[in-house]
Design a protein around this ligand. Sequence first.
Ligand SMILES: [Zn+2]
Length: 161
Amino acid sequence: MGAGLGYNSDSFLNCQKGGPMESSTPPSDALSRHRDALRAQLVSVGDMRPGSLVARYRKCGKPSCRCAGQGERGHGPSWSLTHAVEGKTHTKIIPAAAVPRTLEQITAYRRFRRLIRELVDVSKQLCDDQLEAPQAASTEAAKKGASHAPSSPRSKPRSTR
Ligand SMILES: [Zn+2]
C-alpha cells in the first residue's frame, strides 16, 4: 500500500528516534504528529483557485503593424485561467496586474490538494491502527489532553432553546 503516494511514510516513521522518554513509542504516535502537522498546514493555506494560467498572443491583422513581422508572436500576452469542470473547459480572463496573485492562488490550491491527499492517507492509517490496538488509541487521547489544552468541545454546553 502507498506505492503511488507523493510522500514516503516509511522514511517518516524510520526517522522517529526513540528517546529515553518514549522508548516504546507506537508508530501511531508518529502518525498522529504527522496528522497534526498536516492539519496546521491546511489552516495556513491562503486563497486558492483551481486551473492553469495561459498566455495568449494575438495578431491584429494590419499589415503595417509590427505584429505582422517575421518571428513576431503578436500582441499580448493576455492571460486567462482555464479550468476543466466535468469535461468542460471554463476560461476566465485574468488582468495582467492580477497574474502574480493568481499564480499564488493556483499554487495554494495544488498545495491544498496535496495536503488533503496526505492527510486522508495518514488518517486512514491511524484508523487502521485504532482498529488493531484500541488500547493504544485511548492512551494517546489521554496524553494529548495532558500536553496542551484541548480545543475539542468535550464539555460542550447543551443548547437550551
Ligand atoms: Zn498588430
